[in-house]
Design a protein around this ligand. Structure first.
Ligand SMILES: O=C(O)CCC(=O)C(=O)O
Length: 337
């Protein structure tokens, strides 16, 4: 998404337009991407079939299982008697196990956050320098109730239909005059759900309310308007943060494991604090694009800089300083925390 004119001038002066990457989609893919974008504009979501191979999905599933065992053991040792593997509240699902901060926990998941079609869609719907908002696995277990229907940017207290967030919405409309949804519709982030287990109508597949991304604040969905996104393992769906949706009830006898990756505008506080969640000494082993998305690249025109440098440079300096001073492992913890 192109920023408005004034921002373009400032971005050019400070070099932000050169600094911030796009997915670099080839022209060969552009018609296909345009069709995907059209569908997202129309329906609020699009399913991308067979986005990942069976072996990539098997590898992800094994890794989720390994992390789940580790997380449950940690929870048990912290809480003493707790069963582990359960959710924190009814919204997130009591019979639902979430593993947060996947970018910190394994390199197996990186590819799921960097799918070229998703990056191309993000380039269209978000501004350059967009961020990784949240990256987690969600296992909806047998017996889980349907999640409260919601839209993901609901906690941003700008009433629907969203006000323009500056002139950004206007540039969206200028670049797509043919689209018919209301002038005031503007979304601040998008998400994908990747089916690690096939999504069926009984195993907790996400339900969505098609076209609800255009609704104003006065319209609430009825459950009868929600449909399951059914898709085989390895497929994913991409949806706008204004689309009403929720986790489905799991009335089957099997788990429903999915990965979810959310991306947000570069000027929004991320849901998961990625710069703390991902340990600094792991950054060198990560794909640079993913490191940028955690928040390590200076946004436009210069959001997030540290003394005029990128947070990535600042962190490298701090790590080197710590090493020089032999201070590793000597960080004091405030007893009140
Ligand atoms: O797991 C799902 O299918 C959806 C979860 C969701 O929408 C959420 O937790 O916000």
């Amino acid at each position: 998404m192109e920023p408005p004119k004034l921002n373009r001038t400032v971005n050019a002066e400070v070099g932000a337009d050169r600094r911030l990457a796009t997915s670099g989609t080839s022209s060969q893919d552009s018609d296909r991407h345009k069709a995907l974008i059209d569908q997202v504009n129309e329906e609020g979501y699009v399913v991308l079939h067979n986005a990942f191979s069976q072996s990539e999905i098997n590898e992800a599933k094994d890794e989720i299982l390994r992390l789940s065992k580790q997380q449950q053991a940690d929870e048990k040792s912290r809480a003493g008697t707790s069963e582990g593997g359960r959710g924190r509240n009814t919204f997130e699902g009591i019979n639902t196990e979430r593993i947060y901060a996947l970018a910190n926990k394994s390199r197996v998941f990186d590819k799921f956050a960097l799918h070229p079609d998703v990056l191309a869609l993000n380039d269209h719907f978000l501004e350059r320098g967009y961020l990784l908002n949240s990256f987690q696995s969600i296992n909806i277990k047998p017996g889980e109730k349907p999640q409260t229907l919601h839209f993901d940017d609901g906690y941003i207290t700008v009433p629907r239909p969203h006000t323009p967030f500056g002139a950004v919405r206007q540039s969206l409309l200028l670049s797509q005059p043919a689209y018919s949804y209301p002038r005031t519709t503007y979304t601040s982030w998008q998400a994908i759900m990747v089916a690690v287990d096939s999504y069926t109508s009984t195993n907790g597949a996400t339900v969505i309310v098609p076209r609800s991304h255009t609704w104003g604040a006065d319209r609430l969905p009825d459950r009868s308007e929600a449909v399951h996104v059914e898709m085989p393992a390895g497929s994913m769906f991409y949806f706008l943060s204004t689309l009403w949706h929720g986790g489905g009830a799991n009335t089957s006898s099997r788990d429903r494991v999915a990965l979810t990756v959310q991306y947000c505008q570069p000027w929004i506080r991320q849901l998961e604090n990625q710069m703390i969640a991902v340990e600094w000494d792991k950054l060198d082993d990560m794909p640079p694009r993913l490191v940028d998305m955690l928040g390590y690249k200076v946004g436009a025109p210069f959001i997030g800089h540290v003394n005029g440098h990128s947070p990535r440079v600042a962190v490298s300096h701090m790590l080197r300083k710590r090493q020089r001073e032999g201070r590793d492992g000597m960080i004091k913890t405030d007893p009140r925390l």
